[in-house]
Design a protein around this ligand. Structure first.
Ligand SMILES: [Zn+2]
Length: 84
């Protein structure tokens, strides 16, 4: 799996619409790719925070913002890693 594939899948992951088989590939990629791991950790924390407020239905604005944020963060993380 490439970083681009993972990013694409992240959208489904956020939507909680992901296949458990895909999740395994996901986890494997995360073990070998720190930038993706950082981004996914952030998303997981965000989702968890949201759920702690007992809002299980993610509103569309939050959803769009989350997608945008994860894309920006992912790009930024990837760029930072390339410089090193
Ligand atoms: Zn990656």
């Amino acid at each position: 799996m490439k970083c681009e594939d993972l990013l694409r899948m992240l959208n489904d992951y956020v939507d909680q619409d992901i296949d458990p088989g895909i999740c395994t590939d996901f986890e494997v990629h995360l073990k070998g790719c720190n930038p993706c791991k950082v981004v996914v950790d952030t998303i997981r924390k965000t989702i968890r925070l949201y759920k702690n407020d007992e809002v299980y239905e993610v509103p569309i604005e939050f959803h769009d913002r989350l997608h945008q944020t994860l894309r920006d963060r992912w790009k930024k993380t990837m760029d930072e890693n390339k410089e090193n």
